[in-house]
Design a binder for this molecule. Structure first.
Ligand SMILES: [Zn+2]
Length: 403
């Protein structure tokens, strides 16, 4: 399968390049205008219709071609939103930038970009990008230049790993619980909650009643907070993917889309609690896990809403609905097994099990060829108990129990 990601470095272009960025922006906007006026979204038609306008611009020809493809992409996204019934404005790009898939060259750790006739801009690449590019299987697809940064989009063809096992990733506000029956690891994220709280406090401490200054302050501290939380998430997700890759375990993710609806005004929760829950970046964790797993060829199983239901309140051993233990936070009690369990551990085990079921089913569909048969023989299909898909109690290892 094809895996894509981007690498980025800070870069401040000179005046000449900045003008080129603005020319590109105007060209894209022209193409969008033409596309909207004649109701065209296909690349070919748009290229034909916009050529008379584009040819008047004085910039290298490669950018004239890339501008159309960028405009076509924007128009296609708009069309998709309209089809889904999402209210959309007419797109117009304000920020000067160039996204181009041709005309550039990378040699001796330097990126060469045409700026004018026989005139080039040379950008020395940082060591992080150079080491990322050293992989021979890699192709550089495009570059994006903005007034503050340069990023390269890279891709490679990765063979998918055959996995015999799966681990569930349960995303919580303060941690990520990752694992299966053999053991669950907690990745602490409580610092992200603290960072969010401090940000709210700092922003609230500025009392000037001026919306322009407020906007500046909020965006500055918001950026700082995003950078700090993203860094923590990157550390956790990298470790999760590396370990899963070593053990050849597929990653199972729950579907918690629509969770924000639980924390709306009028649900009987306090503003602080709602603020905390709505600042939770569960989507970012999923995005990072997915692209990192794809980059190494590890399959990611996304459970549906229906498959996710009840993962954190069902006993992994007997399938009974668990009772909340009021005295200890995030602990659950199974009346049938008479065991107290950790909520996150229960969720991770249930997720891994449901993911494995999906896995077995898809293997059965593929006709049990080759190595799939081998792994199945060694590791017989997970026993299914109604409602909970749990293993037989005798087979259950004791490690996860929290007695
Ligand atoms: Zn039980």
């Amino acid at each position: 399968m094809l895996a894509t990601k981007s690498v980025k470095q800070a870069h401040r272009p000179n005046q000449e390049t900045l003008e080129l960025l603005d020319t590109f922006r105007r060209m894209v906007n022209d193409c969008i205008d033409i596309g909207l006026a004649s109701n065209v979204t296909t690349l070919k038609r748009l290229a034909m219709l916009s050529w008379p306008r584009r040819r008047q611009y004085g910039c290298p020809d490669c950018y004239k071609a890339c501008a159309v493809s960028r405009a076509a992409g924007i128009l296609a996204a708009r069309k998709k939103s309209l089809r889904r019934g999402i209210p959309t404005k007419n797109p117009y790009s304000l920020k000067p930038q160039i996204t181009a898939y041709r005309g550039f060259k990378i040699k001796n750790a330097t990126l060469r970009i045409p700026v004018g006739k026989r005139n080039f801009l040379f950008v020395p690449l940082i060591s992080h990008i150079v080491s990322a590019l050293s992989d021979p299987a890699l192709t550089v697809r495009s570059f994006t230049l903005t007034p503050t940064s340069l990023s390269l989009c890279i891709s490679k063809e990765v063979p998918e790993i055959e996995c015999a096992d799966a681990i569930g990733v349960d995303r919580n506000l303060r941690n990520l619980a990752v694992g299966n029956e053999a053991g669950v690891t907690h990745y602490d994220l409580s610092r992200t909650v603290r960072i969010a709280e401090t940000t709210v406090k700092v922003v609230g401490s500025f009392k000037r009643n001026d919306s322009r200054i407020r906007k500046k302050i909020v965006s500055k501290y918001g950026r700082r907070r995003r950078n700090r939380t993203q860094h923590l998430l990157h550390n956790a997700t990298k470790r999760i993917v590396t370990e899963a890759h070593e053990r050849r375990q597929a990653i199972v993710l729950e579907n918690i889309k629509g969770i924000r609806r639980l924390y709306c005004k009028g649900n009987g929760q306090g503003p602080k609690y709602r603020g905390r829950m709505n600042a939770w970046s569960f989507g970012e964790a999923q995005r990072q896990l997915e692209y990192k797993a794809r980059w190494v060829g590890l399959p990611v199983i996304r459970l549906s809403r229906k498959e996710t239901r009840g993962t954190s309140v069902t006993c992994p051993q007997c399938g009974e609905r668990l009772q909340e233990d009021r005295r200890i936070r995030r602990k659950l009690w199974c009346g049938k097994c008479r065991v107290v369990m950790d909520r996150d551990v229960v969720a991770a085990i249930n997720l891994s099990r449901r993911g494995r079921l999906r896995f077995d089913r898809s293997r059965a569909k593929r006709g049990l060829q080759g190595r799939a048969v081998e792994t199945l023989k060694r590791n017989p299909t997970t026993t299914v108990i109604l409602r909970a898909d749990a293993l037989k109690p005798s087979k259950q290892p004791k490690t996860w129990q929290n007695l």
